[in-house]
Design a protein around this ligand. Structure first.
Ligand code: GTP
Length: 604
């Protein structure tokens, strides 16, 4: 294919605006897949993606399309829609020259529409606004076009109105891709250079990397080098994605496809890395940075006998996701386990769900924490640690104030879009989360866009749920990292019957210590069932107790309800009680349900 007949593009959208549905339509219209119900959303491969209706891992497809009697190769690069994966979005974008920005004709511009627009705008891509779901009864494309003009400064004439569900006007979208998006710049005469924008692990072949070829060509047997690790590999297999793998002899400048080159670990094919020929080194694609974990949590097997099974499940899952960091960890109460780092909360939830679904693993997940930093003041510690700055991913290892000159916490810049009628409630929620307002504009006569600077830890657990519920689902939220800020942080311990439970230790802002401690004690009182003895639940800073709740003694006799001697009924009840117990974990002499560790930080 001559380079000038190639178009590389992404579809970007707020969640549920119809990205996958449009992708399916494009695939059908170009004959890449058959038109059947079964093929609904073929690009969303993982089970969790189907269940949650969100795209987690980017998938890609090459489409053949004739327009004006010319054959075109259109490479559709699917991107994840959620904030946690914005690094993957921006990498996928750097493989493209244009994007389809989908906006729901009823909901209009939402927080991720804004975030995704800026990613594409900064990458200097052609942006084609597509207003979807015009078949809906309360679709208002006029209004959405006005929002697009106002917020993005794109003339309304450039918008394409479609119904991805019914296929209305989807042909116009394909034409616009060919007519408005420029072909890729590279030439097959340049030295080979490719960007890795996604990678997967396959048990037989090792890593399968998705690449965009920026220049030159590559074929089987070639010796290629990864710019990040400077390691050399031999190409075993390559081809196009349609969206299934379609082996070919070569890949050329402008093409997008997959490559298998004996890489054993996804860490060898990191998203954003550059590949080149061994004899012809090239300058690496700029801006590569390995994905950075922003949310950490401990993971422990329900029972220590399940440790090996859980270890192998975690190993297998992380083989496919290089953005999860894994460190061995152990605690007195929960035994041996791990501390895992994720890009964000959704990323963590998806990971847990996959562990439980795909590997049938039962895990205790501790309350998530963000990477705080401490600037050390003790010369001895600085020497021991090798640097002045210490990153703390486990609250139990929080260094004492006496050896620290200041603490720092990670900040994010949040964007909220909501109906004007909810602004009052949203502003007080933000205020209660130590947020500082940066900006507020009306995007039309009914909707506002607000920007706030938040401490990351204030939004990590339950902010999004609360925002959704106080706006009856109408507010949307997105955030980007905004560096670190000095903060007055302290370590708070939780004690059960006088015994500190390391896994429940949290780092809090001094101003929030009392209210957080009180809420945690209340939440634990709700989630820990009554036991044979009284249980004191306390929150303490150092040796000072700041909050307390008491769980009264009680023994539940499950058999009391069975009059007479129906033995099968008795057995059933006993089994039920045993099952209930399985979800408990003994800490000291107290049985704690596994969900307590994570729900303890949720506020009402
Ligand atoms: P994520 O992958 O989670 O970001 O979602 P998505 O943007 O891929 O959205 P998806 O294609 O899954 O569509 C979301 C919902 O909107 C589904 O229930 C679709 O059936 C529906 N939908 C998509 N396009 C249209 C349309 O043109 N009209 C109507 N009425 N519904 C649509």
């Amino acid at each position: 294919f001559p380079v000038d007949k190639i178009r590389n593009f992404c579809i970007i959208a707020h969640i549920d605006h119809g990205k996958s549905t449009l992708a399916d339509r494009l695939l059908e219209m170009t004959g890449a897949i058959a038109k059947t119900e079964k093929n609904k959303q073929v690009l969303d491969k993982l089970q969790v993606e189907r269940e949650r209706g969100i795209t987690v891992k980017a998938q890609t497809a090459s489409l053949f399309y004739s327009h004006d009697r010319q054959e075109y190769l259109l490479n559709l690069i699917d991107t994840p829609g959620h904030v946690d994966f914005s690094y993957e979005v921006s990498r996928s974008l750097s493989a493209c020259q244009g994007v389809l920005l989908i906006i729901d004709a009823n909901q209009g511009i939402q927080a991720q529409t804004v975030a995704n627009f800026y990613l594409a705008f900064e990458a200097q891509l052609t942006i084609i606004p597509v207003i979807n779901k015009i078949d809906l009864k309360n679709a208002d494309p006029e209004r959405v076009e006005s929002q697009i003009e106002k917020v993005f400064d794109i003339p309304r004439e450039e918008c394409i109105r479609i119904s991805a569900k019914l296929g209305t006007n989807v042909e116009t979208v394909l034409q616009a891709v060919v007519e408005r998006i420029p072909p890729p710049a590279g030439s097959i005469d340049d030295p080979f250079k490719a960007l890795v924008f996604d990678s997967n692990f396959d048990h037989y072949r090792g890593v399968v990397a998705n690449i965009a070829v920026f220049g030159g060509r590559v074929k089987k047997g070639d010796k290629i080098v990864s710019a990040y690790l400077c390691k050399t590999y031999e190409v075993n297999e390559l081809g196009l994605l349609r969206p299934e793998e379609h082996p070919t002899q070569k890949l050329f400048a402008g093409q997008v496809g997959y490559i298998v080159a004996g890489m054993k670990d996804v860490k060898e094919a990191q998203i954003g890395d550059t590949l080149y020929h061994q004899e012809q080194p090239v300058e690496a694609h700029p801006g590569f940075k390995p994905a950075k974990a922003m949310v950490f949590a401990g993971m422990y097997p329900m029972d220590q006998s399940e440790y090996p099974a859980l270890r192998s499940a975690i190993e297998r899952l992380t083989l496919n996701d290089s953005s999860v960091t894994v460190q061995r960890d152990s605690s007195l109460a929960l035994g041996a386990g791990w501390r895992l780092g994720f890009l964000g909360l959704l990323h963590m939830e998806v990971f847990n769900q996959r562990l439980e679904q795909e590997y049938n693993a039962s895990v205790i997940v501790t309350a998530p924490t963000v990477p705080y930093k401490a600037v050390l003041s003790s010369a001895k510690l600085i020497k021991e640690h090798g640097s002045e700055e210490l990153t703390i991913v486990n609250p139990a290892q929080f260094p004492d104030r006496s050896v620290v000159s200041e603490y720092l916490e990670p900040m994010v810049l949040g964007t909220i879009l909501a109906p004007e009628t909810h602004t009052g409630k949203i502003m007080s929620l933000c205020l209660s989360r130590r947020a500082v307002q940066k900006n507020m504009v009306y995007i039309d006569d009914q909707r506002v866009m607000m920007k706030y600077l938040f401490p990351l830890n204030e939004i990590v657990v339950d902010f999004y749920d609360l925002l959704k519920s106080l706006s009856s689902g109408y507010a949307s939220f997105d955030y980007e990292n905004a560096g670190y800020q000095t903060a007055d942080l302290i370590k708070m311990d939780i004690l059960l019957n006088g015994r500190p439970v390391e896994e429940l230790t949290t780092i809090v802002h001094r101003d929030r210590a009392y209210s957080t401690g009180k809420a945690m004690c209340e939440r634990l009182k709700e989630s820990i069932p009554r036991q044979m003895f009284e249980i004191a639940v306390q929150a303490a800073i150092g040796s000072k107790v700041i909050a307390r709740e008491t769980i009264k003694a009680y023994r539940k006799n499950v058999l009391a309800k069975c009059y007479g001697g129906d033995i099968t009924r008795k057995m059933k009840l006993l089994k039920k009680q045993a099952d209930g117990k399985k979800k408990m974990r003994r800490i000291g002499n107290v049985e704690v349900p596994k969900d307590a560790f994570i729900s303890v930080l949720k506020r009402k």
